[in-house]
Design a protein around this ligand. Structure first.
Ligand code: SF4
Length: 324
C-alpha cells in the first residue's frame, strides 16, 4: 500500500498539511527562501501564489518503463518553476511569457485530478515540477486519499529542494524522481540561476534515499517505491556528468537506478549561450556511458542517442492553455 495511507489513518497527513500550509505565509518551501506571504502575494521567484497551477495532466507513456508501464503514468504538470534553466525543455509552462495563474485550481480540484487519473487506471500519480507547490500537493493528497486514492505518488523534481520540505514529505511520497543537473555551481548559476544548486540537490538526494530506499518493482514490472535519479547530458560537459556519477557511486550507492538522457536540444534561450547552442554529440554521450561503466552503475535506463524525443511530452496535444 502507498505510504501516505498510514499517515492519513494516523492523522499525521492532516498535521503535515497544516504545517506546510503555514510555510506558505513566509515562504521557505524551497531553497530560494523568498519569505513572501503566498496567501497574499505571488512575487516570489516562482511567481506562484497559494493555489496550485496545473498546466496539464494526462496518462503519460513516455516516462521510464517502470513508471509508464502499459497504462501510463498519471502525470500532473505544474506551471512555473523555482529554477530558470535557459535550456528548459518545458519552458512553455515553467517560464511562460505570461503568468499561468489563470490555470490555478482549487485544492479540491487538484485532488479530483488525482482521482481522475486513478480512474483512468494510471499506475501512479506523477507530480512534475512539484517543489513550489509541495504544500498544496500534500493537502491535495489528504483530500484525495480520504476519497479513495490508492496508487503510489511520484515526486518528479529538478532537485532544487529544501531539506525541511523534504522531511515533511517523508511518508507521503513513494517514489522520488530527482534530476541531478550539475556538479558545478558556476554552471548552475549561469544556466539555471541557482548558485547553490549542487549542495541542495545532493543533500536532497541523500534524504530521498534515506526515506524511500532502493527502487522496488512489483511482479507486474511497475515501481512501488524507491529512488530514480535522472541525468540529462549537456553539451561541452556542462552537466559535469562524471562528477555527478561519482557522487552517486560514492555518496548514494552503486545499485541506484539512474535514467541517463540524451534528449537535450537547444530550446528556449539556449541559442544565446555558445556552449549550449547545439545538441550533444554522439562521442560526448558515449563518454558518459563509459563513466557509468567505470563507476559500476549498472541499474537504470539509458536513452538511445538517436531517439532524443523519448521523454518529451507533447504539451501542444495535452495542455489546456495556449503556448506562446
Ligand atoms: S516556493 Fe517560490 S516563493 Fe517559496 S521560496 Fe521557493 S521560489 Fe520562493
Amino acid at each position: 500500500m502507498p505510504r501516505y495511507l498510514s499517515l492519513l489513518e494516523s492523522g499525521e497527513l492532516h498535521d503535515r498539511s497544516l504545517v506546510m500550509g503555514n510555510l506558505l505565509r513566509d515562504c521557505t518551501l524551497c531553497p530560494r527562501e523568498c519569505r513572501i506571504d503566498r496567501t497574499q502575494d505571488a512575487s516570489g521567484f516562482c511567481r506562484s501564489g497559494h493555489l496550485p497551477i496545473v498546466a496539464s495532466y494526462c496518462a503519460h507513456h513516455g516516462e521510464e518503463p517502470v513508471l509508464s508501464g502499459t497504462r501510463g503514468s498519471g502525470t500532473i504538470f505544474f506551471g512555473h518553476c523555482n529554477l530558470r534553466c535557459v535550456f528548459c525543455q518545458n519552458h512553455q509552462i515553467s517560464q511562460p511569457a505570461h503568468s499561468l495563474r489563470g490555470n490555478e485550481v482549487s485544492l479540491e480540484r487538484l485532488a479530483g485530478i488525482m482521482l481522475e487519473l486513478q480512474s483512468m487506471e494510471c499506475h501512479n500519480i506523477n507530480f512534475v515540477s512539484p517543489s513550489h507547490f509541495a504544500a498544496q500537493i500534500v493537502k491535495g493528497v489528504e483530500i484525495a486519499a480520504s476519497k479513495g486514492l490508492r496508487i503510489p505518488l511520484v515526486y518528479n523534481t529538478n532537485g532544487y529542494e529544501s531539506l525541511n520540505t523534504l522531511r515533511l514529505l517523508d511518508g507521503v511520497i513513494d517514489i522520488y524522481l530527482p534530476d541531478l543537473k550539475y556538479s558545478d555551481n558556476s554552471a548552475a548559476l549561469e544556466y539555471s540561476k541557482a548558485k547553490d544548486y549542487v549542495r541542495h540537490a545532493r543533500s536532497s538526494i541523500v534524504e530521498m534515499k534515506r526515506q524511500v530506499g532502493d527502487l522496488v518493482v512489483g511482479s507486474d514490472g511497475i515501481a512501488r517505491s524507491g529512488l530514480i535519479i535522472r541525468h540529462l547530458v549537456l553539451p561541452n560537459d556542462l552537466a559535469g556528468s562524471g562528477e555527478s556519477l561519482r557522487f552517486i557511486r560514492e555518496e548514494i550507492e552503486a545499485k541506484t537506478f539512474i535514467s541517463t538522457m540524451s534528449q537535450y536540444f537547444p530550446t528556449h534561450k539556449a541559442g544565446k549561450y555558445p556552449l549550449l547552442s547545439r545538441p550533444i554529440g554522439q562521442r560526448e554521450y558515449e563518454k558518459v556511458l563509459e563513466w557509468l561503466d567505470r563507476f559500476g552503475l549498472e541499474n537504470g535506463w539509458v536513452q538511445d542517442y538517436s531517439s532524443k524525443d523519448y521523454y518529451c511530452p507533447d504539451f501542444k496535444k495535452s495542455q489546456p492553455f495556449e503556448v506562446d
